[in-house]
Design a protein. Structure first.
Length: 203
């Protein structure tokens, strides 16, 4: 199933000169991973602490920068022989914590459908767990869609733009989160099924 993840090779190609510059200046993959997490948590704190709708306009550029940092840490680890067990842990835990930090503050917006926001966040975490747990049965890390990390970022960035420009909350947000939750449940199923198929096809 096609997702924004399929565009990652082209995105990485654009960032390759940046990755080389970072490597030449002694920046490690783990430092980039931690920077992406801190950026996400700081933005989440701003969303929680500042009631003005305009603060939500921070979210789209932060999500784009986070995606770039996530790509860069992987490129530094892979292209410059920096992979470490700590890096793998930071990468997976950082993604989960960053998702919580960026997405959960939506529940604090007056009139937001809290239950659906929480359901969206929990299913997002479960989808990432479904991708990681595949490794435990001998499959590769799964990134199947239809609503992977990049797709969630695009969706949430759109919601943040609407909020930032002052659109009043209403059924539209509940409807979006309901559909997104269904797609996340499908993502979990697809990742687990693909992992089982991958293992069963191995000799």
């Amino acid at each position: 199933m096609i997702t924004l993840y399929s565009l990652k090779p082209g995105f990485q190609k654009l960032l390759r000169p940046v990755a080389r510059w970072l490597h030449d200046h002694g920046v490690s993959a783990n430092q980039i991973t931690v920077a992406a997490l801190l950026l996400s948590l700081a933005t989440g704190a701003a969303l929680c602490g500042w009631a003005a709708p305009v603060v939500w306009l921070l979210v789209p550029p932060v999500l784009l920068l986070r995606m770039a940092l996530n790509a860069l840490d992987g490129m530094l680890a892979r292209d410059f022989q920096q992979p470490t067990p700590l890096g793998a842990l930071l990468n997976e835990l950082g993604d989960v914590l960053a998702d919580i930090g960026l997405y959960l503050p939506l529940a604090l917006v007056p009139g937001a459908p809290v239950a659906w926001v929480v359901a969206f966040v929990l299913l997002a975490l479960l989808s990432e767990f479904s991708g990681v747990v595949a490794v435990l049965i001998g499959a590769g890390r799964r990134y199947d869609g239809p609503l992977g990390k990049s797709d969630r970022a695009l969706l949430f960035g759109g919601i943040a733009l609407l909020l930032g420009f002052g659109l009043s909350l209403g059924f539209w947000l509940t409807a979006i989160l309901l559909v997104a939750s269904g797609l996340l449940a499908m993502t979990c199923f697809n990742r687990l099924r693909a992992a089982l198929r991958e293992v069963s096809s191995c000799p």
